[in-house]
Ligand binder design. Sequence first.
Ligand code: SDX
Length: 428
Amino acid sequence: MAKSVTLNVGDDSYDFPVLSGSTGPDVVDIRKFYAETGMFTYDPGFTSTGSCESAITYIDGDQGMLLHRGYPIDDLAENCNFEEVAYLLLNGELPNQADKDKFENDITYHTMVHEQIHNFYSGFRRDAHPMAIMCGVVGALSAFYHDSLDITNPDHRRISSYRLIAKMPTIAAWAYKYSLGQPFIYPRNDLGYAENFLHMMYATPCEDYEVNPILAKAMDRILILHADHEQNASTSTVRLAGSSGANPFACIAAGIASLWGPAHGGANEAVLNMLNEIGDPSRVDEYVRKAKDKNDPFRLMGFGHRVYKNYDPRATILSQTCKEVLEELGIKNNPLLDIAIALEKIALEDEYFIEKKLYPNVDFYSGIIFQAMGIPVTMFTALFALARTTGWIAQWNEMVEDPQQKIGRPRQLFTGETKRDYVALHKR
Ligand code: SDX
């Protein structure tokens, strides 16, 4: 028996179908709501609105559970490398050895960028924010691949997806090198994805550079944890941009722009700035008070989440990774980690945070790890964008392949001036 809901408006009543997924909340199918009722629904932050059907990532916010194609993030972070997870997100299944080898080879052989791309960097000031550079350079890639412009062609979508996944580490690392005034380091075909990125970040032409395998493994795990996360703001931006049939490189540039905000991916940079501002564990109470004060715009960055009303499972893994990286680097005490641990302890015991179900999210510990690895704060969100490109492009493919897909065109609750007569200039 198909489920439905009935809406009663005065003497009228309307029935709308209820659809069930494989798990998670049912949805009320309101595609005919306006046609039948003459009304719009209203949900500015999409707090209760499903924008699409997807089979890629499922989050249970109450359980603090994150699944990619059904696999728990903990299992993937523990047992896979980033390329395997990228393959899984794109194709729906984990690769066998032959598939894995071929995918890694395909990605490796797209890590170089066109030599003309160098020129885009030199147009920026050396102190340009790396996310500004990422927006510009990734958007510029939409001018380079005329061999694959037909997004209805699966082969064109695949090569565009591979190019984006493969070139993001190169573009991000070069943004860092550009800020230093150091020469760009080319990707190497004998290195894995995360190792290649760290090599391009820290090698110079003057001597051989060996990437620390522990740090490469930690970076690989961090990239896995940031790869995809359902219909978050930046993924929704990529889907909405893509719904018009726009160029995939331009859609990813739009996702980068959305991720940059401090309420989203920019929070990892904001967490480090916050921890530095707090300065000492003794001042944590003062800042927790500020975070609770409705008249104070200050929020605890790295805390809270629209979906998770329990621990973000990625934060749990990252806090462990943080300790491993600091130990590997021989950092016995890290003042910022001390402040973060004190902040987490106090917040989790505080009635305000308990009542509002505010827990550390993915951005709370990642910055401490990145800083310990020598990555500048301004590069943190660029690393998030590097990893999330795989999720964005998997979601973009799913959107393009969805037979129900239409251009996204929300409506509004209009509260402006209704029709009125023009007043000539000399009468105003
Ligand atoms: C990411 O969507 C995703 O999946 C995103 C992400 C991904 O992988 O793509 O997980 C990555 O963006 C993680 C979030 C990173 N952002 C931050 O850490 C910034 C700090 N957190 C927030 O600003 C906030 O928690 C959000 C933006 C993350 C979520 O905001 P919501 O869901 O819109 O919730 P809200 O702002 O309505 O807050 C609910 C209540 C409010 O109090 P009341 O108005 O009900 O009295 O909780 C309070 C807020 O004031 N609150 C906080 C708080 N976060 C929410 N109070 C203090 N500190 C905070 N961090």
